[in-house]
Design a protein around this ligand. Structure first.
Ligand SMILES: *[C@@H]1O[C@H](CO)[C@@H](O)[C@H](O)[C@H]1NC(C)=O
Ligand SMILES: *[C@@H]1O[C@H](CO)[C@@H](O)[C@H](O)[C@H]1NC(C)=O
Ligand SMILES: *[C@@H]1O[C@H](CO)[C@@H](O)[C@H](O)[C@H]1NC(C)=O
Ligand SMILES: *[C@@H]1O[C@H](CO)[C@@H](O)[C@H](O)[C@H]1NC(C)=O
Ligand SMILES: *[C@@H]1O[C@H](CO)[C@@H](O)[C@H](O)[C@H]1NC(C)=O
Length: 399
């Protein structure tokens, strides 16, 4: 819109400048003509500015209305997901054809291991398959491949099952080469539409300050449209690899030391507790948005930051790293500077690090880096609802 006005203005100027060249002379008649052109020009400009402002207001109002609309739509979505018309059709179909299989280590379920249960699901599965996982410690390394969508891991909230491992980036894989961060995950999800409810994901490899290759991921989520409710993620360096896609985390506990939530996902974390066990100054997030046109970034809403080790809220992994905290309680372990550019000052003008209505001793903005943003209502709005992750097309109540 602004560019249209600019273009119109430019055309107008070209028109004025292309008037007969003697209009620049000092003859009184032509001066008069020039004055009248100037008068018209001023009038035109002021009309144009009014027009622009009106359009701008209209579009802002429209944006706010549409966000409000979407915002109401998500919580209002019926418990019966299949009747929600905005739901993406593949998902709607999968939800209408749910099946449940149980996993129990004592042999009382359909399977004794999660791996076996996953292997029983046909590839390119189109149904929601719920793995009802009984309490226990499952020492399994799991990968849910791209062609196994619609899998749900469901545990019991009073005694959630725990999936644990201890691989690190430097551990040697079956092919004789180091796993690297990506493959260190205890649970790796490449499939879309994954859901986990009441689960504990863990990587017990410790982080020893000053050593390399200790990255040890508890969960990597690379699939699109994934949701996590009541889940805990325990690790040290690189606990939660929020790799890519849109994701939603609700009422989750995430613990780690260095960059413990990282990746280039577009994710909303609501009602979560982020717990630092850093032994040396570290960063809570390392968000990797690499260019300004990518819709990627982490938004934390109504969460708490606690723990024992000092942390930055984020450090810029990508040049355009984007992280927003809203309505979040920040304990004193949050460093007063708040944010870190990872030694690249060019990122200071490119990252988008915002804070909105946060509280607690760590939320004091007086000593923040100058490029941290205190968001206005309008700026915060896009980040503080499930619409931030296009929730209305795929986010459904877990039961
Ligand atoms: C869900 O909605 C569908 C379509 O409206 C209906 O046929 C079905 O009975 C509903 N299921 C429940 C559990 O309400
Ligand atoms: C990792 O776990 C395996 C299996 O329990 C165990 O044998 C191994 O000692 C552990 N490695 C480390 C470094 O803790
Ligand atoms: C989450 O856990 C609480 C208890 O801590 C439980 O009441 C609630 O039903 C759980 N939510 C889901 C989606 O299971
Ligand atoms: C904020 O988070 C807390 C703790 O998870 C939860 O009890 C509360 O309901 C949340 N409030 C809102 C408005 O979501
Ligand atoms: C940003 O990334 C997108 C997707 O990879 C690409 O299409 C686009 O050209 C990139 N833009 C710039 C300015 O690098």
């Amino acid at each position: 819109m602004a560019s249209t006005s600019t273009l119109t203005l430019l055309l107008f100027l070209i028109f004025v400048l292309s008037l007969p060249s003697n209009s620049q002379s000092s003859s009184p008649v032509l001066d008069h003509h020039q004055e009248s052109v100037n008068g018209q020009f001023d009038e035109w400009i002021s009309l144009n500015v009014k027009h622009y402002n009106r359009k701008r207001e209209e579009s802002l109002k429209w944006m706010q209305e549409s966000i409000k609309h979407k915002k109401q739509k998500v919580p209002a979505a019926p418990a019966n997901a299949s009747s929600s018309s905005s739901l993406d059709p593949k998902l709607r179909n999968a939800e209408m054809n749910k099946m449940i299989i149980s996993v129990s280590q004592d042999g009382s379920g359909n399977f004794k291991t999660i791996k076996e249960a996953l292997a029983s699901i046909p590839l390119y599965n189109m149904r929601r398959v719920i793995l009802d996982i009984k309490p226990g410690v499952y020492r399994e390394k799991l990968n849910i491949p791209r062609n196994l969508p619609f899998v749900t891991f469901r545990g019991d909230s009073s005694n959630p099952p725990q999936i644990t491992g201890n691989d690190t980036a430097s551990a040697i894989g079956t092919d004789g080469t180091p796993l690297k961060t990506f493959q260190s995950a205890t649970v790796a999800v490449d499939a879309d539409y994954f859901v986990a409810i009441n689960l504990i994901f863990e990587n017990t490899a410790p982080h020893v300050v000053g050593t390399a290759g200790e990255q040890a991921v508890a969960l990597r989520i690379s699939g699109n449209k994934a949701a996590f409710y009541n889940c805990s993620f325990y690790g040290s360096q690189d606990t939660l690899y929020d790799h890519k896609g849109v994701h939603y985390f609700n009422n989750c506990f995430i613990q780690g030391s260095v960059d413990f939530i990282f990746g280039y996902g577009r994710s909303l974390y609501e009602n979560c507790q982020l717990n630092s066990v850093a032994k040396k100054v570290a960063s809570l997030t390392a968000q990797k948005r690499t260019n300004s046109s990518i819709l990627s970034g982490f938004s934390f809403k109504n969460s708490t930051i606690t723990g024992s080790g000092s942390v930055y809220l984020g450090r810029a992994w990508g040049d355009y790293s984007r992280v927003v905290f809203s309505y979040t309680y920040m304990d004193k372990i949050v460093l007063p500077l708040g944010w870190n550019d990872w030694g690249k000052t060019i990122r200071d003008s490119r990252v988008y690090y915002g804070e909105y209505k946060c509280s607690g001793p760590g939320a004091d903005m007086t000593r923040r880096v100058p490029w941290a943003r205190i968001l206005t209502d309008e700026e915060a709005m896009p980040f503080i609802g499930t619409y931030y992750v296009d929730g209305n097309s795929w986010l459904i109540p877990p039961y």
